[in-house]
Design a protein around this ligand. Structure first.
Ligand SMILES: Cc1ncc(COP(=O)(O)O)c(C=O)c1O
Length: 392
């Protein structure tokens, strides 16, 4: 018997690995399972980006070699231009931008770069699991910052005990937020975070993977727009959601040069960076026509509206999100007695619809489900009919 390390053993199976096992079991019984669990975009990558990849791979064999691990200068310069135009934030492409093998990789390795066993990270609860799992893998401790509906899912920094604040090394924040879909309406919270981080010597990690998936005219800000944020923080972004490039595995981090230098050093021991042809496709994505993002926004917005209206008719009220590709739905009244894990298993077994239990994102996610709007809306009718069966 080969034993995994204590750190790995301390983690339960990855949430989606667990759900997949159950889905496989149910599929093997011939059930037509509808996957609304993982945030895995179902739409294709825009054609001009695919074309660029195909052309590069076919006609430029030099791109088959090892890539530039920190990201090729052309891509880092396009990232810097995008930040300037989108957020009015100036990024030095040489020192303040780092390309990642997906932002999940970067976020996980970030904790391993900075956390020593026993160090504390301030992590929203609930949140995207790598925000806390990376800390555990690094041997660190998590101090959960509860995200509560009554506070708009914004953490109360004043509620963090002084001794914890002083000891904490990293704080994670994420708006638009996965899984609660919460957004920040202005820069007030980010200003508070900068002040808190400076006072307590904390590194801020802002994850804005969903900054472009916004609805009804809402525009998401960047943490780095706040004066002083560049002194204390870095921001992670992803190609996966904006450009439907989840399978291509590419993201990037921008922000404080000194903070990023250590992540770059860590990564130099762990990976060789993103395939050059994919990096060049990323150049086209960020610098080419952006109407593909508008199209994606409209698709999710329409799906959101169709699903919300259908759920409302079933007596299942869910708040209308301004961003992301999810609905954050309370466990229906009739099933409140079940935990979110138990209810999502029941839902899958009874209806063949897979959603994510809120508790998989942290203990304050209990009582909720995350429904990912990642299937064609023609299937929503089917989903709603199946839900009706158990909600009657
Ligand atoms: C908040 C958040 N950050 C990061 C990621 C990971 O993105 P990537 O595909 O760039 O690794 C996800 C993926 O679902 C996410 O929800």
């Amino acid at each position: 018997m080969y034993e995994a390390s204590d750190r790995l053993k301390s983690l339960p199976p990855y949430l989606f690995a667990k759900i997949k096992k159950l889905k496989d079991e149910i599929r093997s019984k011939g059930v037509d399972v509808i996957d609304l669990d993982m945030g895995n975009p179902d739409r294709p990558t825009p054609q001009h980006i695919v074309d660029r990849l195909c052309d590069t791979i076919k006609n430029h064999p030099s791109t088959h070699r090892y890539p530039q691990a920190k990201g090729m200068p052309k891509l880092r310069s396009v990232i810097s231009k995008w930040y300037s135009e989108r957020f009015g934030v100036e990024i030095d492409p040489e020192k303040e931008a780092l390309v990642l093998v997906g932002s999940k990789e970067g976020i996980c390795h970030f904790s391993m770069t900075y956390m020593n066993p026993g160090d504390i990270a301030l992590v929203p609860d609930p949140t995207y699991p790598v925000h806390f799992n990376g800390v555990y893998l690094a041997g660190g401790s998590v101090y959960g910052m509860p995200l509560l509906e009554q506070n708009g899912y914004i953490p109360d920094l004043k509620a963090i005990p002084q001794d914890i604040a002083r000891k904490a090394k990293i704080m994670f924040i994420c708006y638009p937020h996965n899984p609660t879909t919460a957004v920040v309406e202005n820069l007030d919270f980010y200003r508070e975070v900068v002040e808190f981080a400076k006072k307590n010597n904390i590194i801020v990690v802002s994850d804005i993977a969903y900054s472009e998936l916004t609805f009804d005219g809402y525009v998401a800000p960047s943490f780095l727009q706040v004066p002083g944020a560049m002194d204390v923080g870095v921001e992670f972004h992803s190609f996966s959601k904006s450009y439907n490039m989840a399978g291509w595995r590419m993201g990037f981090a921008v922000g404080n040069a000194e903070i990023l230098a250590n992540l770059e050093k860590f990564k130099s021991f762990a990976d060789y960076g993103v395939c050059t042809a994919i990096q060049l496709a990323g150049v086209v994505a960020l610098s080419g026509p952006q109407d593909c993002i508008e199209e994606t926004r409209q698709v999710y917005q329409r799906r959101r509206d169709v699903m919300l209206e259908g759920l409302e008719k079933l007596g299942w009220h869910v708040n209308k999100p301004k961003a992301t590709m999810y609905l954050w739905a309370p466990v229906p009244e009739k099933y409140k007695g079940m935990g979110s894990m138990e209810f999502s298993e029941y839902l899958l077994r009874e209806t063949g619809v897979a959603v994510s239990p809120g508790s998989g994102f942290g203990k304050h996610g209990e009582g909720y489900l995350r429904i990912a709007l990642v299937t064609h809306e023609t299937r929503f009718h089917d989903v709603l009919l199946r839900f009706k069966k158990i909600l009657k």
